[in-house]
Design a protein around this ligand. Structure first.
Ligand code: ZN
Length: 181
């Protein structure tokens, strides 16, 4: 039975400067049926927001857990998102890539960020089984970006002071607009 037959719900995505995004997440200790509802909600939320990846803390759950869109992870587009629980980046290439990076917690913000071109990650799947995956380009970027979320590191930390101010102002304006409606 597919875990995706469970009732799913789109959850609100925390936006910068929500202080919860700065939290360090705790290890995932329960897998299988205990983890499935959260993972299903995260998948639905990521899909609705058209994201490539989503960390649990972005829906307010401080767990060392993120998902990556199946197509980004090299699987069929119709596959469920790939689950990475308790992930560790075990290898980063010296070769770098610089490209525009976005984050569902910073809607509308895309900034050039330098990342390793290739990354190898070790993680547990939804059942708790360890696996390793190597990614390059966009997938390597997703591994690095989502791993940063687990220690409260955000897109805005990756840019210089001028761009940081611009992003802060934009996010404040959006928060004020959202509060009015
Ligand atoms: Zn993000």
């Amino acid at each position: 039975m597919s875990p995706y037959t469970l009732a799913m719900a789109v959850r609100p995505i925390l936006r910068y400067p929500d202080p919860r995004l700065r939290q360090s997440s705790a290890p995932v200790t329960e897998f299988g049926d205990a983890l499935r509802p959260l993972v299903a909600d995260m998948g639905e939320t990521m899909f609705a927001a058209e994201g490539a990846g989503l960390a649990a803390i972005q829906v307010g759950e401080p767990l060392r857990l993120f998902i990556v869109d199946a197509a980004v992870a090299g699987r069929a587009e119709t596959d469920p998102p790939v689950v990475f629980a308790n992930p560790e980046l075990v290898k980063l290439s010296e070769e770098a890539q610089t490209g525009d990076e976005g984050c569902l917690s910073f809607p509308g913000v895309f900034v050039p960020v330098k990342r390793a071109m290739r990354a190898t990650i070790k993680a547990q799947d939804i059942e708790g089984n360890w696996f390793e995956m190597e990614g390059s380009e966009l997938l390597a970027r997703a591994f690095q970006h989502e791993s940063d979320h687990l220690t409260g590191r955000l897109l805005i930390d990756m840019v210089g002071p001028v761009k940081r101010e611009i992003i802060k102002r934009k996010m404040k304006k959006e928060a004020a607009a959202a509060a009015e409606t």
